[in-house]
Design a protein around this ligand. Structure first.
Ligand code: ADP
Ligand code: MG
Length: 613
């Protein structure tokens, strides 16, 4: 029978349930085993044999095999590929690394619903299932020994992650493992300890309702559902974002996204912007609503402006309980904009911002391999609108000054026909009026924005104060500045060329994340450092997989505009994007937003655009 810890953890009196073998890897990925909600259950026989499977059997057979392999050549580990039945779960060894220095081997663990016994109300909806999986994976992550296992638990956000899924009550865990060796010799004893004792113990403790802290699990799921409900409530309230009273916005550091110890000054909404929302679990909450239109965040340096904006950036994601930003939300189509000199721009219509260039180039069809600060930001704004952004977030700290403003004196000195740039200050209102795109701007330095703001919030020692009235009074005194633009117009839309997007290298799909900073797609690297809403390396992999999907599923077909490609992708990923993207990979990933997929395509140096429409 099972090892002591494994069997002790499982309910003693119940007969051990039969485990369905409906799942298994294909030669490319984890396969489309996860049912989409409402889809017919896949018949266990239809999956077919696992490609390259050699091993498989009872867990005692696995233990015997590992003891037998001890001291053997490392390559003999390959024989483990296959499925192994344990008391309480099935272990699938999907890919075995060739040597100890290769990327980790890949495992999956399936705990059937009868063993996990997770209450149905905790996984019935996609949001709750994602939250529950987010809770479970963090539990297993805590229980697994640090060394040797590679479980993608994520950070402060609760994302749609391939590493843990709750599907119809069963739990599927996917993880990496460094199969232990002494040099190139198999350490079978260590492997046995890891696969037959440590992993089963973590699974038994972390993935079964009976063993969990049930109150904590429920609170986690309910909290995420509240966040989601709050975000969904925004449009009806005419808001683009909401920051709850008591929220903790400051983080530990620029590289540590956990809350500042002690929390700093808790958020307190100004009365004039206070909004009350009824949530399914917490009930009534109050906080600052950020209405549609143009909102400014002003205030002295070091008073918490950027911290507030960063919280709004991350407000497109749900946060773990205790993060402090559980009730800080923004609309799902909120996009952070910044200057990014050096980036690639491919045939973007930047004419709203750039009327004419000294070179005489057509600014409705603008390309460069090395954009300046201002043109990069102009292109990013047009691209964001093209991809369907409803809200833009801009921080003066990371914006190009000459794109943001040109004051009266500069207007007087440099005639308009010598200055190709129309500053954002003259486009931010047309953007809302013509395209329904709201903007939240952090400006500590430029008073010209007071002319165009629907409301102004001043951060004063980390406390927001509404100063719209005062700002109107100040703005009533003319500066002599004149408006430079009549409107944003309708920028030309781009039809990307599918042949220019290549995810293969030497005949093999290559999608790899270099941290949060870069995506390797085929033979090209895409620089994502300026794509600030990428919060997790697994999102980068997900972006690559989504691009691959766009090519392979024909979403990117040479006739669809980029926006149409993204619409097709969204429809394709639907409520269960993980199973769609999992077809091509054994690696960990997170289902990305369309905006980050667009951002990566836009920065792809091989991208070609077939035509503009
Ligand atoms: P600004 O953009 O106005 O110059 P920042 O947002 O960069 O200011 O904040 C300045 C510093 O204050 C940062 O170190 C930040 O972590 C800290 N901070 C921000 N908000 C709070 C708060 N509510 N309580 C305590 N410290 C905060
Ligand atoms: Mg700042």
């Amino acid at each position: 029978m099972g090892d002591a810890r494994g069997s002790a953890a499982r309910p003693a009196e119940r007969p051990f349930p039969r485990i369905e073998y409906y799942w298994g890897v294909t030669n490319r990925g984890w396969g489309a085993r996860g049912r989409r909600p409402g889809a017919p259950r896949r018949d266990s026989a239809s999956t077919g044999p696992v490609t390259g499977e050699r091993g498989g059997g009872d867990h005692t057979a696995l233990a015997d095999e590992l003891r037998r392999l001890d001291g053997g050549r490392y390559g003999q580990y390959r024989g483990l590929t296959g499925r192994w039945r344990f008391p309480g779960h099935v272990l699938e060894v999907a890919r075995v690394q060739a040597d100890p220095y290769a990327p980790p081997s890949r495992l999956a663990v399936v705990v059937p619903a009868e063993v996990a016994e997770l209450p149905e109300d905790l996984w019935r909806t996609p949001v709750r299932a994602r939250a529950l999986a987010g809770y479970l994976v963090r539990q297993v992550g805590r229980l697994l020994p640090e060394h040797g296992f590679r479980l993608d638990v994520g950070g402060q956000e609760v994302l749609d992650r391939s590493s843990c899924r709750v599907e119809d009550g069963r739990v599927v865990l996917r993880l990496g493992m460094d199969l232990p060796g002494r040099g190139r010799v198999i350490d079978g004893r260590a492997a046995e300890r890891m696969l037959c004792r440590e992993l089963p113990a973590a699974v038994a403790e972390g993935l079964r309702w009976a063993a969990l802290d049930q109150g904590e699990a429920r609170a986690f799921v309910d909290s995420v559902e509240d966040t989601d409900a709050l975000r969904r409530a925004l449009p009806e309230l005419g808001l683009v974002a909401f920051v709850a009273d008591g929220a903790v916005l400051p983080r530990r550091s620029g590289v540590d996204d956990r809350p500042l110890p002690g929390g700093g000054v808790p958020f307190a909404s100004p009365e004039s912007l206070r909004v009350e929302v009824e949530l399914p679990h917490r009930g009534r909450v109050t906080g600052m609503g950020v209405p549609e239109g143009v909102s400014l965040v002003v205030g002295g340096g070091f008073h918490g402006k950027s911290t507030l904006l960063r919280a709004l950036e991350k407000g497109v994601y749900d946060h773990v309980p205790g993060d402090g930003r559980e009730l800080v939300v923004s609309l799902p189509d909120t996009v952070k904009i910044r200057a990014e000199d050096g980036r690639r721009v491919t045939r973007v219509d930047v004419s709203p911002f750039v009327a004419h260039l000294p070179t005489g180039a057509d600014t409705t069809d603008f390309s460069t391999d090395n954009a300046s600060g201002s043109t990069s930001q102009a292109a990013s704004i047009v691209e964001a609108v093209e991809a369907g952004a409803r809200v833009l977030l801009v921080d003066e700290d990371t914006a190009a000054t000459n794109l943001m403003i040109r004051d009266a004196r500069m207007q007087a000195l440099v005639a308009k026909d010598r200055e190709p740039l129309t500053p954002f200050v003259d486009l931010v209102r047309p953007l809302h009026r013509q395209h329904g795109v709201s903007t939240v701007l952090v400006v500590g330095g430029s008073g010209d924005y007071l002319d165009v703001a629907d409301r102004v919030v001043m951060m004063d020692a980390y406390r927001p104060v509404e100063v719209t009235e005062r700002a109107r009074e100040v703005a009533a005194t003319p500066t002599g500045r004149h408006v430079e633009s009549a409107g944003f117009g309708s920028p030309r839309r781009r039809v990307p060329d599918p042949d220019s997007v290549e995810a293969e290298s030497g005949g093999r799909v290559r999608v790899r994340a270099r941290g949060r900073d870069a995506l390797t797609l085929g033979e090209t690297d895409v620089d994502l450092r300026a794509v600030e809403q990428v919060v997790d390396p697994s999102q980068v992999t997900g972006i690559g997989l989504a691009i691959l999907r766009c090519v392979r599923a024909g979403h990117l077909d040479g006739t669809a505009t980029l926006a149409e490609v993204l619409d097709r992708l969204d429809a394709d990923l639907g409520a269960d994007g993980v199973s769609v993207l999992a077809e091509r990979t054994l690696d960990d990933f997170v289902v990305p937003r369309r905006h980050e997929v667009a951002a990566a395509l836009n920065r792809l140096r091989t991208l070609r655009v077939r035509k503009l429409v």
